[in-house]
Design a protein around this ligand. Structure first.
Ligand code: PLP
Length: 380
């Protein structure tokens, strides 16, 4: 029995590190010994390793996931005033980069069931100024990409997948073909922020693409628009993955499949323990995608989400609200955003969602305690 004064972590990075400490420590020490801190060998090795893992033709490591999105928009040659469609229910970064480059983020709603955008939502928002779509594979599963890709092709739109939360998820097309999230659009962008499913020990990110020309442009933009040393063809930025982070990621990529499995096991325990509570809607797994459970996000439908959160906290159980405000309501976007349709579902989700502890080190004992307390609350 767990005492109620024990603080359960939302994410257990320490426990995860301790299991692979010798491998990680020696990878870091090797970089220090080499003193090749910028663009050392592990950076290129990691790009190759992630290409093999994901099936993407090119991986371009950069400084973080937000930069990856920005560089993708720049590499596609999008211009100020262009409209880019993005979900209203996501992390700010997905839309921020659009505004930062002087483009117009056009917000669309997500589906209540799976928190993701669909072609039906995107279609309503397309105008003659629309140039690109940023589908976000939220919480660990793929958007319905088959229809989204068809819609994009029919309307001549670029597709930039925001895959910061779903690396390793696999989308199945109706002809049986399987592709990982992040490898289906013109670009896929991901983040190696420590708490992401493949996290480093600082900041990191990457772009993926199957297009040689786009890969070349993205690489050039990430390196001050430089085609050859000190020859600058376009205005770019400075966005590099540190060698130490690449060395850490080379170790952790070997464990990614085990990490995904551990998350899926933990999710299954939540499903088994909570499926019958009428005031809770558990995350719906969609048939066209695997779920890598970046988050396990409940919807509390009886209006008591905040009370449940407080009750859990009083028993040392953390929970998080991803996300408390839809993007169209963020002050930062007040004068910029265009709403491509009514955003009722995003508003509703912000009232109802609650993410439970989800990480690779969750034990059955801890989960039983969390489940017991949620049941105690729901049944009172
Ligand atoms: C984390 C995240 C990002 C940004 O990644 P950083 O590495 O923190 O810049 C972008 N989009 C989504 C959906 C994310 O969850």
């Amino acid at each position: 029995m767990i005492q109620s004064d024990t603080q359960i972590p939302m994410v257990d990075l320490k426990g995860q590190y301790l299991k692979i400490k010798p491998e990680i420590d020696s990878a870091i020490q090797d970089v220090i010994d080499s003193t090749s801190f910028i663009n050392g060998l592990p950076v290129g090795e990691f790009a190759n390793n992630l290409e093999s893992y994901t099936g993407a033709r090119h991986v371009i490591p950069v400084a973080n996931g937000t930069d990856a999105l920005q560089i993708a928009l720049m590499a596609l040659g999008l211009k100020p005033g262009d409209e880019v469609i993005v979900p209203a229910f996501t992390y700010i970064a997905s839309a921020e980069v659009i505004a930062l480059l002087g483009m117009v983020p056009v917000m669309v709603d997500v589906d209540y069931d799976n928190f993701n955008v669909s072609a039906a939502h995107i279609r309503k928002a397309i105008t003659n100024k629309t140039k690109a779509i940023i589908p976000v594979h939220l919480f660990g599963q793929s958007c319905p990409m088959e229809e989204i890709l068809q819609l994009a092709e029919a309307n001549d739109l670029y597709v930039i997948e925001d895959n910061a939360q779903s690396i390793g998820a696999v989308h199945t097309f109706t002809d049986g073909r399987e592709q990982q999230t992040g490898t289906m659009g013109h670009f896929g962008c991901t983040s190696f922020f420590p708490t992401k499913n493949l996290g480093c020990m600082g900041d990191g990110g990457a772009l993926m693409t199957n297009d040689d020309e786009l890969a070349f442009r993205a690489k050039m933009i990430a390196s001050h628009g430089q085609s050859k040393k000190y020859i600058h063809d376009v205005v770019g930025c400075n966005s590099r993955l540190d060698t130490i982070q690449a060395a850490i990621l080379n170790v952790k990529l070997h464990h990614l499949n085990d990490y995904i499995e551990a998350r899926q096991t933990a999710a299954n325990r939540y499903y088994e323990g909570l499926f019958d509570l009428p005031s809770l809607v558990l995350p719906r797994k969609m048939p066209y995608t695997t779920h890598v459970f970046h988050q396990f996000t409940l919807k509390v439908t009886d209006g008591s989400r905040d009370e449940l959160k407080t009750f859990l906290a009083s028993h040392g159980i953390p929970s998080m609200i991803y996300y408390p405000l839809p993007l169209q309501s963020q002050q930062a976007f007040a004068d910029i955003v265009r709403e491509g349709e009514q955003l009722n579902t995003s508003e509703l989700l912000c009232q109802q969602v609650l993410s439970l502890p989800m990480h690779t080190e969750l034990t059955e004992e801890v989960q039983n305690f969390i489940i017991e307390k949620i049941r105690e609350y729901a049944e009172q």
